[in-house]
Design a protein around this ligand. Structure first.
Ligand code: NI
Length: 247
């Protein structure tokens, strides 16, 4: 059940039977020579929508732009500064809690969001702890790729070439979601270098085609379909535990 495809009366009726909601959060950033710029938003969005159907859970609109300052030396990448993302997540949560939602499950598609999302959660909890609001909310952050079933499928197909950015797993899942957007590119070297980075210029100098440690030429919609079903299984279990108050 998608918030955007619902009426306010339907949301009011939902709140009679449930007070949890799923919010996909991603990024709009380069994903190497054959990865889509929307990869990190597309992946959690398609998984969240399927979980929402299976679990009769409401799914909010995707926060499609995240904290991606290190990708800005590549055309098309967009970032929110950490302070902006904290403000964005806080406003999103306050809007939802005003209506009675008290458990908000962020399904994340971008590693670069994690530190800022946790800081946003601390800001929101601090607001309550300091007595600025009577409303209480439980927040969760889950990365779509972290579950056991997804890791098994990734290892089976991409052991040693998964890397950490523009991974064959995320590129596969985005290709499954949008087969009309599958790209091909020759990658040199086949497996990208690994390492750390600071700002956007530093990132581009170290990782000239945008990838980190990965070989996404191995990506395919077929593996993407397996990853999709694995992620839906993993996230359903995790969401159900969260909605029931168990995590
Ligand atoms: Ni990504």
């Amino acid at each position: 059940m998608q918030l955007q495809l619902s009426t306010w009366q339907e949301v009011e009726a939902y709140l009679e039977r449930a007070t949890a909601i799923i919010v996909p959060i991603g990024s709009t950033e380069q994903h190497g020579p054959n990865g889509l710029i929307g990869t990190d938003a597309i992946c959690p969005e398609v998984v969240a929508r399927a979980v929402g159907e299976e679990e009769d859970a409401l799914v909010g609109p995707t926060i499609s732009v995240g904290m991606a300052q290190h990708h800005l030396a590549f055309p098309g990448s967009i970032t929110l500064r950490p302070s902006t993302l904290i403000a964005c997540v806080s406003d999103y949560v306050e809007s939802l809690t005003r209506h009675g939602f008290d458990a908000i499950y962020f399904l994340n598609g971008h590693g670069g969001n994690i530190a800022t999302l946790n800081a946003a959660f601390s800001e929101i909890y601090a607001h309550a702890s300091l007595g600025r609001t009577e409303r209480r909310v439980r927040l969760a952050l889950t990365n779509w790729w972290d579950g056991g079933d997804v890791r098994r499928v990734s290892n089976e197909h991409f052991a040693g070439v998964e890397g950490s950015h523009a991974t064959p797993s995320e590129v596969s899942l985005s290709y499954f979601a949008y087969p009309e957007a599958v790209k091909s590119a020759s990658l040199e070297p086949r497996v990208a270098p690994s390492g750390r980075f600071r700002d956007a210029e530093d990132y581009r100098r170290r990782f000239p085609d945008g990838r980190i440690g990965s070989d996404p030429s191995r990506a395919s919609p077929e593996v993407g379909e397996r990853l999709f079903h694995a992620a839906v299984r993993d996230v359903r279990k995790d969401y159900r535990a969260f909605a029931a108050g168990g995590r």
